[in-house]
Design a protein around this ligand. Structure first.
Ligand code: GSH
Length: 202
């Protein structure tokens, strides 16, 4: 099994954490999707990481789909097998992934030359993050798909979203406004699966 990643991608980190938690062996191929010589489109027509090449040659992309596939390979259950029970977990995962989407969009906009930056768009994305974090914290307090004794895909997606905010939008200082989320994340991000996938500071 081969996973195509960039080391700073929060979505790729999500799958690397899943593989570590399930102790599934895999080969990691680092390929930056932004450079002209990238081979990522050979795996995913959308040109995005992560992409997973399974042992049977089938290629899977989009982190929720890859996570669903990995669930079929065993290890600790991260997504409830029962469809109805899985829904709150999937909803919290989608919320966390959506926070990541907004953080990526805000970061990319902020990297454009200053005169070309769309400040209204940055604010729009930051508003999504603000509302998303408030909803995530509420769901954590209600144990709605995340924060229970056993790790779920939503916990992992949330950890990757929060880790990405630390990496790219540190000045946003989410911890100061979400102390319950911050206390929970401290333990989550200390898990070996998260420590071993900490993005390089670039
Ligand atoms: N929904 C996708 C998002 C993947 C994604 O956007 N990956 C980024 C890296 S953080 C990427 O490869 N971007 C390259 C591009 O948009 O061209 C998932 O969950 O896997």
């Amino acid at each position: 099994m081969k996973l195509v990643v960039s080391l700073t991608s929060p979505y790729a980190r999500k799958i690397r954490v899943v593989l570590a938690e399930k102790a599934l062996p895999f080969e990691q191929e680092v390929d930056i999707p932004w450079v002209p010589e990238t081979h990522v489109p050979d795996y995913n027509p959308l040109g995005k990481v992560p992409a997973l090449v399974a042992d049977d040659g089938q290629v899977w992309f989009d982190s929720p789909v890859i996570a669903e596939y990995l669930e079929t390979l065993g290890g600790p259950e991260l997504i409830p097998a029962d469809r109805l029970a899985a829904l709150p977990v999937r909803q919290s995962e989608a919320l966390a992934d959506g926070i990541t989407d907004a953080a990526v969009a805000a970061f990319l906009e902020s990297r454009r030359p200053l005169p070309k930056q769309d400040h209204a768009n940055i604010q729009r994305q930051l508003d999504k993050i603000r509302r998303g974090l408030a909803a995530l914290e509420a769901r954590l307090e209600q144990r709605l798909g995340l924060g229970s004794e056993t790790l779920s895909i939503a916990d992992i997606a949330a950890g990757c979203a929060l880790g990405y905010l630390d990496l790219r939008l540190a000045e946003f200082n989410w911890r100061s406004r979400h102390t319950a989320l911050a206390a929970w994340a401290e333990q989550l991000l200390a898990r070996p699966s998260f420590v071993s996938t900490t993005p390089p500071p670039n």
